[in-house]
Design a protein around this ligand. Structure first.
Ligand code: DQA
Length: 148
């Protein structure tokens, strides 16, 4: 039986984590985030596939590729959260349980960050918990999918 797997998908500018606006996003790097997800999933015998892209279409392709290769998705779509109908349609289209994560509390920030195209097609939304939000998202999906 294949090891159950989660896609950890990070969008634009998240490759800069660690040096990008550390007062908002903290000092962890993307590699730290991916390792944190791998160990959170690994503690339950699950695996992760990690992808990051600065390009909207590549993120859409990664979501499509998750159908058949992953059991759930953790997504931080960065700024595309607030603009992308295409990402919303991709998540709805593959129908995999999805958790939307934002490191910062987007609701405390500029008004243009308050709306997300992804929230309505996500199972859960975790904002403002820092990079620990990724661990919470992994734990949520593993519990949900294990109980299913
Ligand atoms: C973010 C919040 C977005 O508004 C922003 O564009 C990002 C990061 C977060 O993780 O807090 O790139 O998704």
């Amino acid at each position: 039986m294949a090891t159950p797997t989660l896609l950890i998908l990070n969008g634009p500018n998240l490759n800069l984590l660690g040096t990008r606006e550390p007062g908002i996003y903290g000092s962890s790097t993307l590699e730290d985030v991916e390792q944190l997800c791998a160990s959170a999933a690994g503690a339950h015998g699950w695996a992760v596939t990690c992808r990051q892209s600065n390009h909207e279409g590549e993120l859409v392709d990664a979501i499509h590729a998750a159908a058949g290769t992953a059991d759930g998705i953790v997504i931080n779509a960065g700024a595309y959260t607030h603009t992308s109908v295409a990402l919303r349609d991709a998540i709805a289209g593959v129908g995999l349980p999805t958790v939307e994560v934002h490191i910062s509390n987007v609701h405390r920030r500029e008004e243009f960050r308050h709306h997300s195209y992804l929230s309505a097609v996500s199972d859960a939304v975790i904002v403002g918990a820092g990079v620990d939000g990724y661990r919470l998202a992994v734990d949520h999906l593993v519990r949900k999918l294990t109980a299913a």
